[in-house]
Design a protein around this ligand. Structure first.
Ligand code: AKB
Length: 317
């Protein structure tokens, strides 16, 4: 990994991943790929090159790959689960046609490709507790359909053409820098903003709904460590279960209340997000990631909560 293109560099994952890779690979070039309307700002803009790269425009991708002699592409362009239910054709276009553009360019220009999968690649018939690495994947959301197809297409390009594709199934990602948008797990970020601002939180997910979640530093570590892993140890490629914590709304609420005792929450369940959440695992088994490339998270709910509140206080108050 020397010259890296991050497509979707101004999004929730991309904004932090771009900075991490620039820090860890100072001898290479990390290009922040963005679409008009979400141009990079601040350090993201000043610390390295930025180029307009729409995943649905193969010429734009190829021009940037040629210009910077790119060897690794992180393809983070996606509509998240709740938005994808509203805009299924657009989600298909970005997630599938966009991926195909990238894989074709990777094939002809010898690039490695990381395209995230998600807990959304599972469905109601998947075992929900300790969800195995290799199991039933029959998702019922458009987001899930595109994520399973992403895994399959990425494996296809590896087996048929030798393209070095690798991926993880991300849980809901929690961070204090760039907010997510349109996801089912977004509540687990929004709850911290409400708590720090001293507002009551209206939770769109019903009590008792477990979902896998992860703090952003662990997610970034996974995205970098997997691409660094020795290929001979990888029995799986697209995509590894990775896990660090699983909780319900009432469990995260209690964890925040330990730090901010006056914090209040009530429920107003969103039926679209709830149906998606009910179809997803409660908790994934990440044994294969641990064995094949040494995956190990650093944060649990308590340490993440302390860190989130500290950083959000600095940012918001
Ligand atoms: C979403 O909620 O859509 C995403 C995901 C779990 O993939 N955060």
């Amino acid at each position: 990994m020397k010259n890296v293109l991050i497509i979707g560099a101004t999004g929730q994952i991309g904004s932090e991943l771009t900075m991490k890779i620039r820090r860890e690979y100072p001898g290479g070039t990390t290009v922040a790929g963005y679409i008009p309307g979400s141009e990079p700002q601040g350090k993201l803009l000043t610390s390295g090159p930025a180029e307009e790269v729409n995943v649905c425009n193969p010429k734009q991708i190829e021009d940037v790959v040629n210009k910077y002699d790119i060897d690794t592409i992180y393809n983070l362009a996606a509509l998240l689960s709740a938005t994808a239910e509203r805009l299924p054709l657009k989600a298909w276009d970005i997630q599938m046609n966009g991926l195909l553009n990238i894989l074709e360019i990777a094939r002809t220009h010898n690039c490695a490709v990381f395209t995230p999968s998600s807990i959304g690649s599972f469905g109601p018939t998947t075992p929900h507790v300790n969800t195995p690495q290799d199991t039933i994947q029959r998702p019922t959301s458009m987001y899930g359909v595109t994520k399973v197809a992403t895994e399959l297409l990425s494996d296809y390009y590896f087996h048929k053409y030798g393209v070095d594709t690798r991926s993880v199934r991300f849980p809901g990602l929690i961070s204090y820098m760039t907010p997510p948008g349109g996801g089912t797990t977004d509540y687990a970020v929004e709850i911290y903003y409400a708590a720090v601002k001293g507002e009551e939180f209206v939770c769109p997910i019903a009590p008792g709904t477990y979902m896998d979640m992860m703090y952003m530093p662990d997610a970034l570590k996974a995205a970098v460590d997997l691409m660094r892993a020795k290929p001979r140890y990888l029995q799986h490629r697209n995509a590894f279960n990775i896990a660090s914590m699983s909780f319900t709304p009432e469990i995260i609420y209690e964890a925040i209340k330990k730090e901010i005792p006056e914090f209040k929450m009530r429920y107003e369940v969103d039926p679209v997000r709830q149906a998606i959440a009910d179809s997803w695992p409660d908790k994934m088994d990440d044994t294969c990631a641990r064995k094949e490339w040494g995956w190990a998270p650093s944060y649990d709910l308590e340490s993440m909560t302390k860190d989130m509140i500290k950083h959000l206080r600095e940012k918001l108050l």
